[in-house]
Ligand binder design. Sequence first.
Ligand SMILES: [Zn+2]
Length: 312
Amino acid sequence: MSRVARDIAVSLASVGFFFVILAAVQASEKGAFAPTGDPAAQVFLKVLPQPLDRGTVGLVELAPASEECQGTFDGRPVFFFLAKKEDKTPGRTPGTRWVGLFGADIMIKPGSYALSIACPGQPDRATQVVVRDKAYGVRVIKVPSRQVELSPEDQARAAREKILTDKALATRSPEKLWRGAFLDPVNGQINSSFGRQTNLNGILNPRPHAGADFLVPTGTPVKAPARGRVILVGDHFFSGLAVYLDHGQGLISMYFHLSEAVAVEGRMVEKGQVIAKSGQSGRVTGAHLHYGVYLNGARVDPMPFRKLTSQL
Ligand SMILES: [Zn+2]
């Protein structure tokens, strides 16, 4: 990207606009993908937004493409799928476009990262994605140490449960199960604690808060934000009663501190279906719903992600 393009990109991003970068316009050797006036026939790759905040999801649009295209970003796979094309022309039916989603993990080091893409029968493509820091804040807490030290039994239990949750989070189903905009799992006031780290008695916890907390009373129905498969239901030491959904292509959502799980492990759930009731189980100080979204292992803020899915 040229310096001018990058400066424009930064200034647009700073006022909150998504924008488009024509990063790799290449004519194919055989001319099969030469522009014909139909934008869908043009060879291009674009990434938005640039720069990308740590803890958020980026989108890459690609043409020509297919579901056989496979990308890599920060060591994680990028899958491609057909999404609706943004067309704000009144009365015009939007077409479709091939897009892939990639997550900049909450603890990724700010910098420039390669996004590389391979499609069968095409030359490999690559572009750079700039990930910038975002201040998510640090919460400082001081409590008597006996209140925070886990007993050997609790430590052993938490370690056993981590094996189960790590396995669920490593699920990579090739088929995309969700479509269109994600819903909020509950209606309610949301605090902005995604990404926040905790300094407990002078020691910074390296694991930041990897979800959004909705402040809702115990018993509030929790709905699946999108279609998916229930991959784990468990009562865990830290998360309390928890439900994990696999939406396919490495996209996993999770719901913690529940009072009741309605979802059954192994079953499919539809968008809007009640999967649980909120509560205050596990290590919490009050009733709320913890809602987390992981994209191929990258911990991302569910709220900007929901906004992104509304364009798909
Ligand atoms: Zn939480």
